[in-house]
Design a binder for this molecule. Sequence first.
Ligand SMILES: C[S@@+](CC[C@H](N)C(=O)[O-])C[C@H]1O[C@@H](n2cnc3c(N)ncnc32)[C@H](O)[C@@H]1O
Length: 320
Amino acid sequence: MTDRLAARYRRFAEQEARGRSPLYEACAFGVADDARLLRILAELPGRKQQPNLLFAALRVACGMPRDWPDFRKKFLAHTNDIIAIIGTRVTQTNEPGRCAVLLPVLRCLHQPLALIEVGSSAGLCLQLDRYGYDYDGVHVGRESPAPVFPCHAEPGTPIPDRVPEIAWRAGMDLNPLDLRDASDVAWLEALVWPDQAERLERLRLAMEVARVTPARVRAGDLTTDLPALLAEAPVGPTIVVFHSAVLGYVTDPAKREEFARTVFDHAAVWICHEVPSVFPEIAARAARPGPAGSFLLAVNGHPVAWTDPHGAWIDWLEPH
Ligand SMILES: C[S@@+](CC[C@H](N)C(=O)[O-])C[C@H]1O[C@@H](n2cnc3c(N)ncnc32)[C@H](O)[C@@H]1O
């Protein structure tokens, strides 16, 4: 049991944290080699053993660790508090930087759009027309004080000339986070990895935007409650259902397929931005494989680009 858990933390260190967060890489290797910590974590249900969840919970309970020895000391001193946070929270990282890779697809659609995001967390990706973007020096959208998301676009990417026109927007999440609630905000901030001060700063600016013009995010399960939300969308605008880093949490592949069928049945445009393993048959149709750890962007089941999971780059697959 602890062997599998150790392998999970080692994989996280090598494949997710390496090159992105030296602190998380060191802590994940530390956990993987620590029999005492592994025994404690092994008592938790599998979905609660996620490295991201543990690291964010530790930061909320006792602040940012300096290094692995400090992490271990804090964990052992505050185990009960950390386990309690793990018990009540889930990973709900809301990364508005992902909007930068959604924009090229959204701008190609017939405007205006009625946007539905499933798994929207605090709804920051629903604000995509209220942010700015920097595609290798080409600015699109708002200027500072709105957040400006940098995105390196490989040749062939249809860089949008402006932000999409949004006529209506709504989100759905199992547990919508509330930007007026200090503990939800603290949780969102703790989910941003350390060593990423600019990302945290952009998250804070995006939260400011969303506080001024909140988007409605209702509580619901994408596997059962999507038809009710689709029924609320106005007639006229192009209806788009999108999701980013969500379908991996729907562990039953049959339910993922059923969700996709629901979107098709309602003649909505389906934008899927996920790890490729979520819909392997879509990934198999990609013209070429993506780099390890990348997300696949697909429209109506057709792969269109490999992307950085947080929206820092986009590599378009098809001639435009
Ligand atoms: C990692 S977060 C991603 C948030 C957002 N899509 C983004 O890209 O910033 C995943 C979100 O999906 C939500 N989620 C997971 N399973 C869901 C389901 N069956 N129905 C609705 N939301 C779900 C979680 O509550 C969480 O807020």
